[in-house]
Design a protein around this ligand. Structure first.
Ligand code: AMP
Ligand code: MN
Ligand code: MN
Ligand code: MN
Length: 292
């Protein structure tokens, strides 16, 4: 496989990291710090994909340029599909006054109330003041996330680590979990496409879906114009790299690669430190001629 730019050679060998988070959502590093870290770790093509928010992309783009990185404006949209929460990554999105930036305003608007309700529920099981505590970790008042709650509960010593908080308090059926209605799959894919981007199913291995449901999700996603699926992500096991490589080929989806890095203390995978896409996958960036 070749690209239009001979400098890059085989697109499989490009160190692309197309999924991570800054303080503009639930990461612990600023967009500038992420760009510096990506460059130091040998990333060549980098995307910032904050949850439901494009407010960090301008800074990220400038910092990427300063560090000699190819920058891909991105986002990770929270979606409710078939009663479950899914994430759809948008890459190469137009983010200034775009259908996406408008749509995301609606998605963010319920977060504060949800957080207050989570705090209320936790108070009922004897853990007070969690909303105020979580706010100390919030970099963007429009984007209070479960991650900020988790950091606070670890700091307080209620739980030993973030995974423990999610398991005991912040997942369906647990005392601090408040169901929420995010964007529809159709809205997310349409906002991304109408803003010039490509839509990618984020970390499919994390969803509690059986084979039939996964096929149905992919079918609907493609029908809406979705084009990619994450194959190599910090959220997948090595087995899942293979499983989702096969699925990408079966459905004709392009493959994406991203660490889902949230911060040096918390992430399983560092920025840019991922294996290449498995042989046979078509990289999502394969035809991005003006980036490559
Ligand atoms: P929210 O958008 O507020 O529902 O928060 C979702 C975020 O919580 C995800 O993007 C992850 O960063 C984090 N998260 C979800 N589940 C877990 C888990 N089991 N362990 C650690 N972090 C998690
Ligand atoms: Mn997150
Ligand atoms: Mn996600
Ligand atoms: Mn993510």
């Amino acid at each position: 496989m070749t690209t239009s730019n001979p400098n890059w050679g085989d697109p499989h060998t490009i160190n692309a990291d197309l999924h991570c988070h800054s303080t503009v959502s639930d990461g612990t590093l600023s967009p500038d710090q992420l760009a510096a870290r990506a460059a130091a770790n040998g990333v060549q093509m980098w995307s910032l994909t904050d949850h439901d928010e494009v407010g960090g992309l301008e800074k990220a783009s400038e910092a990427a340029r300063a560090h000699g990185l190819l920058f891909v404006p991105g986002v990770e949209v929270s979606v409710t599909w078939s009663g479950k929460t899914l994430h759809i990554v948008g890459l190469r999105v137009g983010f200034k006054n775009s259908p996406l930036s408008e749509g995301l305003g609606q998605v963010r608007s319920g977060r504060r109330e949800r957080a207050l309700e989570m705090s209320h529920q936790l108070a009922k099981v004897g853990i007070d003041g969690v909303f105020e505590g979580a706010l100390k970790y919030v970099g963007n008042p429009d984007l209070i996330s479960r991650t900020h709650f988790a950091r606070h509960l670890v700091e307080r010593g209620v739980c030993t680590d973030i995974g423990d908080v999610f398991q005991r308090f912040l997942t369906p059926g647990k005392p601090g979990y408040v169901p929420h209605s995010w964007a529809s799959l159709s809205q997310a894919v349409t906002w991304i496409r109408d803003s010039g981007g490509v839509a990618v199913i984020a970390h499919p291995g994390r969803y509690d879906l059986n084979e039939l449901q996964m096929d149905e999700l992919i079918r609907q996603f493609i029908e809406l114009g979705g084009q990619g699926i994450e194959v190599v992500t910090g959220s997948h096991t090595v087995d899942q790299y293979r499983t989702f490589a096969r699925r990408s080929l079966k459905h004709g989806l392009k493959a994406s690669r991203g660490s889902d890095f949230h911060g040096p203390e918390e992430s399983r995978v560092n920025l840019g430190e991922l294996p290449p896409l498995p042989d046979g996958c078509v990289p999502i960036w394969d035809n991005w001629e003006n980036v490559l």
